[in-house]
Design a protein around this ligand. Structure first.
Ligand code: UDX
Length: 493
């Protein structure tokens, strides 16, 4: 016993370095994974950009969330190379990826070489987001295995993985140089089926493949970067996806043909909650937000009848033109339903002062407009009857877990594929991509809140039950997570 005791005190647990793209959606998923690993007794360092770390310090409650894990959880930072006043939203988020590609490598090397673990093991495995392959040579030289964690859906990862095949089939580029993009996207050509993504031949139209493929030239730097980075996933020891087998089984099987070590362990946010409960820990709400959460909306929701409110949020990156904002506003108001609408301070293109005052005044009669909310609490509120969403993957999973019907208005990236699956595969919502018209919005809000709600709700509740099953003892995500943790433990042997 004496020997054993000595051994457990001298051998610290494996130390995992987690490196997300420093954006809200990615950081949320990665923090959930970080906490799950801490709960399982592992040591974790999360690597953030200075900028993102400062925003979290200002608005989130990381300290109280992770205090129970003491030194098992730490934050390290590097510079993303962009000036503080860079917008870091809308299509400009690609600048973060391209800039980190420039300045990240040497910083990452310094961090890895200088890190003695601070009383912990040296890093025994790296978990990284999809676009930071500059980290690969560093960890390979040091003999440290790396694992990819793509925070997107399997159904959007797979077309990304097949980009070369899509190009070879002449199904990308999607946009004509000489045409205005909005006119082009409305064209019939966008409704042609994509035949080069195995398993999705009868499902994906050109407008449904990830919107980063909407380029006029395949040499577009952002597009090229995504293409080459995604291919590198196959070099990793394993791939983690925030999804579950009953949701995306057939697509996961396609990916496994190329990346057999694939762990589907989602939906992570509810998986974490269930593990906390299993360990008898109360999971109170801790903000991980880059913006200040407005909690007054909860009291407002309390005052509304059950299922009467449509919750509207387009995530952390989407930017609306003033015209789009007005179309949504008229559509929502004319639908006659009450709405809770998140409009981030940086989400309207141009001068906010030019927005007609009628918007704010009219909203007071029909709903509530706020800058940022605790979304999981809002979605779980009994007054919320449907979710008008941009189909970001976290939002989609949060909606699936609650079992709320969705109305999808994808903005870009993986969202155009997610919304197709929501409407055509899972049949838990409606997809209005590539349109933004007040008459259509009014009609679709009425459908999702009224005439089609029962039918969508039935499917949504079915999927919510399958999500619960996946994360319970014996469920697919539960077992995959156990296997993953065993793998991490083996990295220090
Ligand atoms: C983006 C991509 O769209 C997404 O698909 C990818 O996986 C990660 O990066 P984002 O556009 O912000 O993220 O959307 P989403 O993935 O839905 O993440 C937004 C997160 O912010 C969600 O976890 C949501 O709960 C949270 N949120 C949103 C709030 O907490 N409050 C709000 O008011 C709005």
């Amino acid at each position: 016993t004496k020997m054993l005791k000595q051994e457990t005190t001298v051998t610290p647990p494996p130390h995992i370095l987690i490196f997300p793209v420093p954006l809200q959606g990615h950081v949320n998923s990665m923090l959930n994974l970080a906490e799950i690993l801490c709960l399982s007794g592992l040591h974790v360092t999360i690597l953030l950009s200075d900028y993102t770390h400062r925003r979290l310090l200002r608005h989130a409650s990381l300290d109280s969330r992770f205090s129970r894990y003491a030194t098992a959880f730490r934050v390290a930072t590097i510079s993303d190379g962009l000036p503080d006043d860079h917008p870091r939203s809308g299509h400009r988020i690609l600048d973060i990826v391209l800039s980190l590609k420039e300045v990240g490598g040497p910083q990452f090397r310094r961090l890895m070489e200088s890190s003695d673990g601070g009383g912990r093991q040296r890093v025994s495995c790296l978990i990284m987001d999809g676009v930071f392959s500059f980290a690969i040579p560093v960890v390979e030289e040091m003999g440290i295995p790396f694992v990819y964690f793509r925070t997107i859906s399997a159904c959007s990862f797979w077309p990304y993985f097949c980009i070369q095949e899509i190009i070879d089939a002449g199904e990308v580029p999607l946009k004509d140089k000489n045409e205005d993009k909005l006119t082009f996207w409305k064209k019939k050509e966008m409704d042609l089926m994509v035949t080069s993504v195995p398993g999705m031949e009868k499902l994906l139209r050109r407008r449904d493949i990830p919107a980063f493929c909407r380029v006029e030239d395949v040499n577009d730097p952002g597009f090229q970067s995504i293409k080459t980075e995604t291919k590198k996933t196959a070099q990793a020891t394993a791939l983690i996806l925030n999804t579950f087998e009953d949701l995306e089984g057939p697509v996961l099987d396609q990916i496994r043909k190329h990346i057999p070590n694939l762990y589907s362990i989602g939906p992570l946010h509810s998986h974490l909650k269930s593990l906390l409960k299993e360990k008898g820990i109360e999971s109170s709400h801790h903000s991980s937000s880059f913006w200040k959460e407005d909690n007054t909306c909860i009291a407002w929701l309390d005052s509304q009848p059950p299922n009467s409110v449509i919750y509207v949020s387009f995530g952390s990156i989407t930017m609306l033109t003033k015209d789009e904002l007005l179309e949504f506003w008229y559509g929502l108001v004319n639908s006659g339903y009450t709405f809770l609408w998140v409009v981030r301070p940086d989400s309207v293109i141009g001068d906010r002062d030019e927005i007609p005052v009628e918007i704010e005044e009219g909203t007071r009669l029909r709903g509530l407009m706020v800058e940022w909310v605790p979304q999981e609490l809002v979605l779980g509120h009994e007054s919320v009857g449907a979710f008008l969403t941009h189909s970001g993957w976290n939002s989609t999973l949060e909606g699936i877990v609650i079992g709320v019907p969705m109305l999808c208005w994808p903005y870009f990236a993986d969202q155009t594929t997610n919304s197709r699956f929501v409407s055509e595969v899972w049949e838990i919502g409606l997809d209005m991509k590539d349109t933004c018209d007040r008459v259509l919005i009014e009609r679709m809000v009425r459908e999702v809140m009224g005439v089609r709600r029962e039918e969508l709700l039935k499917k949504a509740c079915g999927m919510a039950n399958l999500a619960k099953k996946a994360i319970c003892e014996g469920g697919s995500s539960y077992m995959n997570l156990n296997r993953l943790i065993e793998f991490f433990k083996s990295t220090v042997l």
